[in-house]
Design a binder for this molecule. Structure first.
Ligand SMILES: NC(=O)c1ccc[n+]([C@@H]2O[C@H](COP(=O)([O-])OP(=O)(O)OC[C@H]3O[C@@H](n4cnc5c(N)ncnc54)[C@H](O)[C@@H]3O)[C@@H](O)[C@H]2O)c1
Length: 268
């Protein structure tokens, strides 16, 4: 990252699900651009590892635990983060899970509730706690909610996951409307296929070998011409889009969904 690109010096950024995958990539990007970074995750080991690596690069970073399915936990997280690093400027609601059952005909109510508890209710509560903190401190901040292209496509077979992400997109828009008078912007990142641990559960459900799903699906998409940029996405691709949405370059953008998917035709 060029020294010229330090858009978040003196800004406090909090990211849920930052202990691995896309969230980790987002945390690294903000740290490299000078932000004070709160790495929040239910996974202590992953979160502490990422925070300690960021500190090793000279960044101001720390790990705090959170279970986004609990509103109390999100409130505690934000209170502790603000106490340590000051008021929030950017919040990234990124923690998410996929499901192990697939079609809408098969999914159990327990699985539905589990997916919605993290991806929709968790995202909603964490984002609202952050919005309230920004309002209390009169900060014209930015909130980014990680949804998915699956939340925009009826082609998806993952019934609860797709519905949970669709709800997260709509919540992005209603929250954006509610906080616009206070100068806070809310947008959503909709990733396409990104190589992360999220695919582990899909692999076990499909009885595929570890690390075999992503190459398989990307090959299918390339062969059938369904993807315009013929490769899998990376956490860095996602982090570039999120840091743009959080920056002043996006000061006239709110209530939008940015698909970062290499032109996958699942959501056109
Ligand atoms: N990987 C993809 O292809 C893809 C595509 C579209 C959307 N997404 C979304 O991107 C986000 C990040 O996923 P990823 O691919 O990096 O997967 P990941 O599994 O690597 O990361 C998810 C993180 O969320 C954390 N988490 C899970 N439940 C939590 C909880 N209750 N409270 C706090 N943290 C919790 C996990 O510990 C993990 O560190 C998710 O919202 C996911 O739905 C991913």
């Amino acid at each position: 990252m060029s020294e010229l690109c330090k858009r978040f010096v003196d800004k406090h950024v909090i990211i849920t699900g930052a202990g691995s995958g896309i969230g980790e990539g987002i945390a690294r990007r903000f740290a490299s651009e000078g932000a004070r970074v709160t790495v929040a995750d239910i996974d202590k080991e992953g979160g502490e590892h990422v925070a300690s690596e960021l500190k090793g690069t000279g960044a101001e970073a720390h790990y705090l635990p959170v279970d986004v399915t609990s509103e109390e936990s999100s409130k505690e997280l934000v209170a502790k983060a603000v106490e340590a690093f000051g008021p929030l400027h950017v919040a990234v609601s990124n923690a998410g899970i996929s499901e192990t059952e697939s079609s809408a005909l098969e999914i159990s109510s327990e699985q539905w509730d589990k997916v919605f508890a993290v991806n929709t209710r968790g995202s909603f509560m964490f984002s609202r706690v952050c919005a309230n903190n920004m309002m209390e401190n009169e900060i014209k901040g930015s909130i980014i909610i990680t949804s998915s292209i699956m939340g925009r496509s009826s082609k998806s077979m993952t019934g609860a996951y797709a519905a949970s992400k669709s709800a997260a997109i709509m919540f992005t828009k209603t929250l954006a409307k509610a906080v616009a008078p206070m100068g806070i912007r809310v947008n959503s990142l909709a990733p396409g296929m990104v190589k992360t641990n999220l695919y582990r559960s899909v692999e076990s459900e499909m009885m595929m070998e570890k690390d075999s799903f992503v190459p398989w699906i990307i090959e299918q998409c390339i062969e059938s011409g369904q993807i315009l940029i013929p490769r899998i996405g990376t956490p860095e691709d996602m982090a570039g889009a999120v840091s743009f949405l959080a920056s002043d370059d996006a000061s006239y953008i709110t209530a939008q969904v940015l698909c970062v998917d290499g032109g996958l035709d699942w959501c056109w």
